[in-house]
Design a protein around this ligand. Structure first.
Ligand code: GLN
Length: 454
C-alpha cells in the first residue's frame, strides 16, 4: 500500500509506470494469509516488483512501449515473471520504456517520456528508464529490466541505482519481447547490490523454453553479495582499466567519479592494471548493424494479423493493411532501425555490413578473452555523461547511440556487467555509475566486488 500511495503521489510527474496492477493488494494479502497459516513462502515473499513492459504478463497489458501493442494481453507469463510470482513477489505494475527497447532515454516510448526523479527535466536513461525511475523514486523496491546494449546499466547510472546484466543465457528470455535475440538479457534494477543478487537468484537459471539458456548450476548470488559486503575481497583483486577508452569522450564529472572509485578500489587493496581492448572503439558501429538486422527480423511478426492493432484499409489487400498498420503503429526510431536492418541484410550488402559487423564482434570477444587472462574484472564508467536534458538528443540518433559506448561491448561478448552508484558528479551534481565486467558465467564475482565497493 505504501508503494501504491507513493505511485499515486509522484507518478503523475515521473511517469515510470504504464500500468499499475489493480490487484497487488489482494496478492499481498494472500501472501500474509499464507504466512499467518504457517505456509512455507518464497524467499522474497510479499516484496513488490515493478516489471518492464517488454516482459509479457497475463494479468496486465504488455506493450513494449509501442502503439502497435496497445492493450495487448499475453496468454502466458514470461518465465522471469512466473518465477517472481512463484517466489511470492507482488507485481506492482508495468514500467515505461523506449519503444521495443530501442533508445537510451525513454523518449521513444509511444506513451510519453519518463522523467528522472533527481531532476524532472532530465532523462532517466533508456530503454528501461521506467524501471530505474520507479526504483529511484521509491515507487518500487525492486524492478526487472532488459539489456540489449545497456538498457539496464545506463538507466541505473543516471538514476543512482544498481543495474545488472547477467551472462547471456543466464536468465530466461522466454516472454521477453525480442529486440535482438543474440544480445538481449533480462536482469534486476535495484537500490543495493544485495537486492539485485536476491532477485537474480529468483529469476535466473536454466529454462528449457529458451533455446539459448545455459544449463549451468549457478551459485547463490545473494551469498556472493554478502561475502563481498563482509570480507576483504578487494585485496589482490586485479582490476583492468581499458587504455583505449577516450578521455575526451567523458564528461568531466563522470571521469572524476570514476577516478575516485578506482582510487577507492586501490586503497582497499585492489591492483589496478591497464589493459588493451583495441576493438572496443568499433563496438557501437558493429552493434548498430547487428541490432537493426536482428530487430528487423524480430519485428516482422507485427503484421496486423497475429498481434496487436490493425488499421483497416477499405478495399485494400492484406499487404495494404499490414503496411498501414506498421506505418501507424511503429514510431520513427523503430522505422529507422527496420530500414537500417533490412538494408544491412539485403543481397549484395550482407557481406559488407552485417558480415563485417559479425567479424568485429568476434574481435571484441577476443579482446575480452585476452584481458580476462590478465585481470579478474574490468572497470569503466557506465556511460559517458550524466542524465542529459529531455529533448537534447532525441533528434540526433548518432549522439544518442554514442551514449552506449561502454555498455555495448558486454552484450556483443555475452559477458555479465553491473553498474553501481559511484557518487554525484562534481560538475552537475547528478548520479554516476561505475561498471564492472567479468568473464561469462562469473556473475557471482560481480556481486562480490560490487557489494565490497558499495
Ligand atoms: N541504447 C541501446 C539501443 O538503443 C540499448 C537498448 C537496450 O539495451 N535495449 O539499442
Amino acid at each position: 500500500r505504501a508503494h501504491l500511495d507513493r505511485i499515486a503521489d509522484v507518478d503523475g510527474q515521473v511517469n515510470a509506470y504504464l500500468h499499475v496492477s489493480d490487484h497487488a493488494v489482494e496478492v499481498a494479502q494472500d501472501v500474509d494469509r499464507r504466512r499467518a497459516a504457517g505456509e512455507e513462502l518464497g524467499p522474497l515473499a510479499g516484496v513488490p516488483l515493478a516489471i518492464k513492459d517488454v516482459l509479457v504478463t497475463t494479468d496486465m497489458p504488455s506493450t513494449s512501449g509501442s502503439r502497435i501493442l496497445e492493450g495487448y494481453m499475453s496468454p502466458y507469463d514470461a518465465t522471469v515473471v512466473a518465477r517472481a510470482r512463484a517466489a511470492d513477489l507482488v507485481p506492482l505494475g508495468k514500467t515505461n520504456m523506449d519503444e521495443f527497447a530501442m533508445g537510451s532515454s525513454t523518449e521513444h516510448s509511444a506513451y510519453g517520456p519518463t522523467r528522472n526523479p533527481w531532476d524532472l527535466d532530465r532523462i532517466p536513461g533508456g530503454s528501461g528508464g521506467g524501471s530505474a525511475a520507479a526504483v529511484a523514486a521509491f515507487e518500487a523496491p525492486l524492478a526487472l529490466g532488459s539489456d540489449t546494449g545497456g538498457s539496464i546499466r545506463q538507466p541505473a547510472h543516471v538514476t543512482g541505482t544498481v543495474g545488472m546484466k547477467p551472462t547471456y543465457g543466464g536468465v530466461s528470455r522466454y516472454g521477453a519481447i525480442a529486440l535482438a535475440s543474440s544480445l538481449d538479457q533480462v536482469g534486476p534494477v535495484t537500490r543495493t547490490v544485495l537486492d539485485s543478487a536476491l532477485l537474480h537468484d529468483v529469476i535466473g537459471g536454466h529454462d528449457p523454453r529458451d533455446s539459448t539458456s545455459l544449463t549451468d548450476a549457478w551459485p547463490s548470488f545473494a551469498a556472493a553479495a554478502r561475502e563481498g559486503a563482509r570480507g576483504d575481497v578487494l585485496k589482490g583483486l586485479r582490476v583492468g582499466i581499458v587504455k583505449e577508452l577516450p578521455d575526451s569522450g567523458f564528461q568531466t564529472g563522470v571521469a572524476e567519479s570514476f577516478r575516485d572509485a578506482v582510487a577507492m578500489l586501490e586503497a582497499q587493496g585492489a591492483e589496478i592494471v591497464e589493459i588493451s581492448a583495441p576493438h572496443f572503439e568499433y563496438a557501437v558501429a558493429a552493434y548498430y548493424l547487428i541490432l537493426p538486422a536482428e530487430a528487423s527480423s524480430n519485428l516482422a511478426k507485427f503484421d496486423s494479423v497475429r498481434f496487436g492493432m490493425r488499421v483497416d484499409v477499405p478495399g485494400g489487400t492484406v499487404e495494404d493493411v499490414m503496411s498501414a498498420t506498421r506505418d501507424a503503429g511503429f514510431g520513427p526510431e523503430v522505422k529507422r532501425r527496420i530500414i537500417l536492418g533490412t538494408y544491412a541484410l539485403s543481397a549484395g550488402y550482407y557481406d559488407a555490413y552485417y558480415g563485417s559487423a559479425q567479424k568485429v564482434r568476434t574481435l571484441i570477444q577476443q579482446d575480452f578473452a585476452r584481458a580476462f587472462a590478465d585481470v579478474d574484472v574490468i572497470a569503466t564508467p557506465t556511460a559517458p555523461t550524466t542524465a542529459f536534458r529531455l529533448g537534447e538528443k532525441v533528434d540526433d540518433p548518432l549522439s544518442m547511440y554514442l551514449n552506449d559506448l561502454t555498455t555495448i561491448p558486454a552484450n556483443l561478448a555475452g559477458v555479465p556487467g553491473i553498474s553501481i552508484p559511484s557518487g554525484l558528479a562534481s560538475d552537475d551534481g547528478l548520479p554516476t555509475g561505475i561498471q564492472f565486467l567479468a568473464p561469462a558465467r562469473e556473475d557471482a564475482r560481480l556481486y562480490r566486488v560490487g557489494a565490497a565497493l558499495e
